[in-house]
Write a protein that binds this ligand. Sequence first.
Ligand code: TXA
Ligand code: MG
Length: 306
Amino acid sequence: MSAQNTAVLPYGPGAIAEAARLIAAGQPVAMPTETVYGLAADAGNGEAVARIYAAKGRPSFNPLIVHVRDIAQATEIAIFDEQARTLAARHWPGPLTLVLPLREGAPIASLVTAGLPSVALRVPAHAAMQALLDAANRPLAAPSANASGRISPTRAAHVLASLGGRIPLIVDAGATAHGLESTIVALTGGAPRLLRPGPLDLGLAPARAARIEAPGQLASHYAPAKPVRLGATAAAPNEWLIGFGAIAGDATLSASGDLVEAAANLFERLHEADAAAPPLIAVAPIPAAGLGAAINDRLRRAAAPA
Ligand code: TXA
Ligand code: MG
């Protein structure tokens, strides 16, 4: 991605107005929260979310946490049962993320959940992030604001060192209170499962999958049920072809060969291919550079035998 000037503005009305303007323009903005600095983008805009991945240089797509203003906004996105309601009422705003069933028709880009039928939500306690949620009037997807492989930033200077030249704005509100990412609890059926220990101790033991897997990896990743063939320049009989660039296919990730658009469309196209009549899926070659690395990583996993 091309280098750009990264502004660092002290938290205040001017910084929030500029951040809201950038969010509306589909750009990612680094924001303080009470846990760590996050790289926020409009969760309803797939290309804005793809720009988070482009800036972080993350070689894979993981589902991201969606930040919302309050429980009312959260219930537009996820389905809350009694237990979820109780936990949210007790701990929000605060460093607790709840993974809940995604509501049908929720205004969330499929890249945010990496195609999963669940979504991670939290109401942050930091005044700056709350002010941006109000000003932008959008749910905000935000992973930690560090380049891939670097530790999570607890100061604006950490963000600048890691993402300077790759994002347009960092809002500086000093050091974060917790300095550690939020506690993540899944409530997607059965007993609550601790997916990531964090500042809030609910007395839950880490879920087994969370213990044996590498950080950032998930037990369940969305993958199509059908066999997937990669690097396809034409569809064989019985194949649904997902195109890219000059290879049109039955549906395309991006007719113009734009990797940001392709990332935004990836999970939509895979779900559509899974639901289509042909029993096999083929995917056109995707360049390896930039966001192409994360797209190819996800496609290779989709193509690997379960
Ligand atoms: O403190 C925090 O939570 C920070 C600040 C910025 O809010 N955010 C953060 O986001 O750490 P992120 O995107 O780096 O954490 C995402 C993690 C994933 O690695 C995954 O473990 C979990 O949240 N996650 C998200 N959606 C999930 C889902 N649908 N199912 C299971 N786990 C999910
Ligand atoms: Mg992180």
